[in-house]
Design a protein around this ligand. Structure first.
Ligand code: UDX
Length: 460
């Protein structure tokens, strides 16, 4: 790299846990490649703590979200507002950065933004700044957006209920043919006009330097090839980003992690614990929590359970209201925390299974540690990920998803005790090693070098 002029990258952080974590990992990776990093992030909503990231410069970006919107947790509505209101403050911020760079032997080499923030495309274009989009979901999920648009343009929407188990013909050439293909019921539901517009807009963006996918060839090679053909711009699969940034031990958690569960795990037998967590958005209501508590208790397995703040009014009161036998089972075999250091938990030898909503970060984190998954997808990309886990990589358990104590007891035992679960664990172990190889010296490592060259080639 030119020693005279430093190359600075401006990364724009979306204020959602599942999106900001991969972006911060990307920042760490690119910093280790010699780039200076500026992070533009919302100043009062899920903003990271700058003191955890002393190598980066942080700038507040006014996204214009109201308190009511923030507390509504309406992801779609928040995303629309972010995209309409961030444009002019972002332009100001970038103009200011360009001016500062000019006076300090620096160059803004590139703007990197999340695919959710589609309106940044036009800002980068107008300021003639090279740009890259980070896609934080699987490549296969991204292809489902294309399938959606194709169907829409042919007038094949909305989908009929009777088609839910049919396979999606637009995704068939993916090469899933020999495996179980994606069915209509696995696709993200774009059931409002606003969501459909968002998909159309995010697909329309054409970042000048290409697209980074938080995925790895050995998981999604066919989808990646297909994406490359469809998109006609460079695609860099440099994931899993948390593995590529492994020397980074700083937390990007929006909630404080409770490390007491690691002490509890240290006292458990190898692979004996089921880790239960639905990520940062999905949740069970009180009635469901009670069924889960019964199911876990009756399964007789050890469990570490994340019940996020705000899931129900008062967790202690709810725990107290449970029947004595369930309370005793939780005391004897369970550990409940508000938020866990998830990557450390999954890497712990005590953990043998993960009951997950199949968010893409949780999916990757589990795959990287060889932990098989009991799949409970809720919305968005989660059904696609669950289908990949259960029918393509065969390390995830598909079940009825009915939150009822007997169903839960049986499914937990299928994963943690039965032969079926043990075979999944063996496949997960193999996959973990393949992923690790790709990160150390294989496809992800090569793709990262390709990405760095690409950024520098336009900025010499
Ligand atoms: C959202 C979407 O729901 C998901 O489908 C999409 O792929 C990304 O955006 P989220 O629901 O939060 O994300 O799920 P996920 O992608 O799994 O991300 C959750 C993150 O929170 C993970 O990195 C996980 O390690 C972390 N986490 C979760 C903790 O650190 N502690 C916890 O207790 C729970």
């Amino acid at each position: 790299m030119d020693t005279q002029i430093r190359h600075r990258l401006v990364l724009i952080l979306p204020p959602f846990q599942g999106h900001l974590t991969p972006m911060l990992h990307l920042a760490t990776i690119l910093h280790s490649k010699g780039f200076s990093i500026t992070i533009a992030s919302h100043d009062n909503f899920n903003s990271p703590n700058p003191s955890n990231h002393p190598n980066f410069s942080f700038l507040p970006l006014f996204y214009g979200l109201s308190e009511t919107q923030i507390s509504s947790k309406n992801f779609v509505d928040i995303t629309v507002t972010l995209n309409t209101k961030c444009v002019s403050p972002l332009k100001e911020l970038l103009v200011d950065q360009i001016e500062k760079a000019n006076t300090s032997h620096e160059k803004i080499a590139c703007v990197i933004y999340d695919g959710l923030m589609y309106s940044i495309d036009s800002v980068a274009r107008e300021l003639k700044l090279p740009s890259i989009v980070l896609r934080t979901t699987s490549a296969t999920n991204f292809l489902t957006y294309h399938a959606f648009l194709q169907r829409q343009s042919r007038g094949c929407l909305p989908l009929q209920d009777c088609m839910s188990l049919d396979m999606v013909p637009e995704l068939e050439p993916l090469g899933f043919k020999d495996l179980q293909p994606l069915r209509f019921k696995d696709l993200p539901m774009f059931n409002s006009h606003v969501m459909q517009q968002q998909i159309t807009k995010t697909l329309a963006i054409r970042p000048s330097l290409g697209v980074i996918c938080n995925t790895v060839n050995c998981l999604e090679d066919k989808s990646l090839c297909r994406l490359h053909d469809l998109y006609e711009i460079s695609v860099f699969p440099i994931g899993p980003l948390h593995m590529m940034a492994e020397e980074d031990s700083t937390s990007s958690s929006c909630v404080e992690e409770d490390y007491s569960c690691i002490g509890w795990l240290n006292n458990q037998a190898t692979k004996s614990v089921l880790y239960v967590s639905l990520g940062s958005i999905a949740s069970w209501d009180e009635k469901e929590l009670t069924e889960v508590a019964w199911g876990l208790a009756n399964s007789k397995q050890k469990f570490l359970w994340v019940i996020r703040p705000g899931t129900i009014n008062d967790v202690s009161e709810w725990l107290e209201s449970l029947p004595k036998e369930v309370k005793m089972a939780i005391e004897e075999r369970g550990c409940i925390v508000k938020w866990a250091p998830q990557r450390e938990v999954l890497a712990h030898q005590g953990v043998g299974g993960f009951w997950s909503h199949c968010g893409w970060n949780s999916t990757l984190e589990s795959l990287c540690e060889g932990v098989p998954i009991m799949c409970q997808p809720y919305f968005g990309d989660q059904r696609v990920n669950a289908r990949l886990l259960s029918h393509v990589w065969k390390v995830g358990l598909e079940w009825s998803n009915v939150i009822e104590r007997n169903e839960i007891e049986g499914t937990v035992r299928r994963l943690m005790v039965n032969e079926e679960g043990k075979e999944m664990a063996q496949r997960a172990f193999k996959l973990k090693n393949e992923i690790r190889l790709a990160v150390k010296a294989g496809s992800s490592y090569d793709a990262l070098n390709g990405l760095v060259k690409r950024i520098l080639s336009l900025n010499l």
